[in-house]
Structure formats: C-alpha cells, structure tokens
Design a protein around this ligand. Structure first.
Ligand code: FES
Length: 108
C-alpha cells in the first residue's frame, strides 16, 4: 500500500439526544462522510488519499468537522455539497478552502 499523501478525517460522532455538546452525526456528518466516499470511488482517489471516519475532533458546536493532515487544516460546518470543493481545491489543488476553515479562535 503506498503512503497516502493526505489523511482526511470526517467526524461522525453521535451522542444521546439533548446532549449538551450535540454531535456531528446529528448535523449531517454521516452524509458528509458518504459524500466523500462517493467522490473517492468515482474519482479513484483511494490510492492517493486515506479517508477515515472518526469520533469527536473537539469543536462539536461548529460541526460537522473535517480534519486534513499533514496540514492540520480543520473545516467546520461542512455540508455534502462542500465535499467536491474540498477535494478539488485542497486535495487535488493543494490549496485549503479558506471560507470553510474553522476560525483560528477555536484553538485559543
Ligand atoms: S462531535 Fe464532531 S467535533 Fe465533536
């Protein structure tokens, strides 16, 4: 297996209804992950990039969250309609999508 150029982590964490932190699953994280899988299948990206579903990445209130390494770029509030843009501009174009990135203050 060749070493992936990037790892894409998509939060699909779920929590009980009315949990104070909410969850990416409740906000559409699973749809986002499925959209990534569809794009990876149709564009044959699995030999270059590693796609992983994951538990909580931290900023649940801004989810669904998507984290891309090695850059350490986190995206927030991702919808399935954003997935093609992230793939086109970030994975294939090498330029993170500024307008979808988590605000810097989240790490403060
Ligand atoms: S539940 Fe997705 S970031 Fe916390």
């Amino acid at each position: 297996m060749p070493k992936p150029l990037k790892h894409i982590f998509v939060c699909i964490q779920s929590r009980p209804e009315n949990h104070p932190r909410g969850s990416c699953a409740a906000k559409g994280g699973i749809d986002v992950f499925q959209a990534f899988m569809q794009q990876f299948d149709s564009r044959k990206l699995y030999d270059r990039f590693a796609l992983v579903n994951t538990g909580c990445l931290g900023p649940c209130d801004l989810g669904p969250s998507v984290l891309i390494y090695p850059e350490g770029v986190m995206y927030r509030g991702i919808k399935k309609t954003d997935v093609a843009t992230i793939i086109e501009e970030h994975l294939l174009g090498g330029k993170p999508v500024e307008r979808l990135m988590m605000p810097k203050e989240v790490w403060g």
